[in-house]
Design a protein around this ligand. Structure first.
Ligand code: DX5
Ligand code: ZN
Length: 232
């Protein structure tokens, strides 16, 4: 199965999100990754559900919304209704992770959790059966353009092993510092979906070449294996 590429519009020109989304769709992006930041859980502020709603008519490519916000239970249904196909939250942001994951699903979206670099897999152990994606943060969330944290490769491997051992189907994503050098490493460790902001938007040959290069390098690093997920 092919590795999926999810470019993050956090690295786009903030005055031209619709154009960037159109261009990414034409480039063959598997998802559009939308980074929502509230200035509390993370230091930066970006945009909200209005942006998801405004971009929804632009493309049929699934929207993968990454909520880096406190009190996500108050907002997940709104993001799903606005057109997010997958809504990912951080377990650190809610006392009631299980409840909020159900709220996402009840609103018709797929549900994901993102793990900060210091957050162990055990924090989500009892929700794994509910999840459509586990997103391994390979930087501390808040900004694009940060350096990849190599210790997170072990977390990706551990998740891939756990998934196989329990016969689960969640997708494993990696987010932060993914580029031509690190894409093969995360793919080999067991990631199915690679989120990339700077490496896509700052590629000298443009978005389409960036997406296809990441996909090619990642796929080349992984021999076909029945234990991989990837087919969702
Ligand atoms: C970081 C965001 C990432 C970010 C990745 O908080 O969650 O999705 O856009 O950007 P790069 O690929 O530049 O590290
Ligand atoms: Zn993200």
């Amino acid at each position: 199965m092919s590795i999926k590429i999810a470019p993050s519009i956090l690295s786009a020109d903030f005055g031209a999100f619709a154009e960037a989304t159109e261009e990414l769709a034409a480039a063959g992006a598997d998802y559009i990754h939308i980074d929502v930041m509230d200035g509390h859980f993370v230091p930066n502020i970006t945009f909200g559900a209005q942006l998801v709603r405004a971009l929804r008519p632009v493309t049929g490519v699934p929207f993968d919304t990454h909520l880096m916000i406190e009190n996500p239970g108050q907002y997940v249904a709104e993001f799903a209704k606005a057109g997010s196909n997958l809504v990912t939250i951080h377990p650190e942001t809610t006392f009631h992770l299980d409840r909020v994951l159900h709220q996402i699903k009840d609103a018709g979206a797929r549900a994901g959790v993102a793990l900060n670099p210091a957050t162990p897999i055990s924090a989500i152990e009892w929700t794994l059966g509910l999840l459509d994606r586990v997103l391994v943060m390979t930087v501390n969330p808040g900004f694009g353009g940060q350096a990849f944290i190599p210790e997170m490769l072990q977390k990706v491997r551990a998740l891939a092993q756990l998934r196989a051992a329990q016969g689960l189907r969640f997708e494993i994503g990696v987010d932060g510092g993914v580029n031509a050098d690190t894409a093969p490493l995360v793919a080999k460790a067991g990631a199915d979906t690679l989120i990339a902001g700077s490496a896509v938007f700052h590629h000298p040959e443009g978005l389409a070449d960036a997406v296809s290069e990441l996909r090619r390098l990642a796929n080349a690093a992984v021999p076909e294996s029945p234990h991989r997920n990837g087919g969702r």
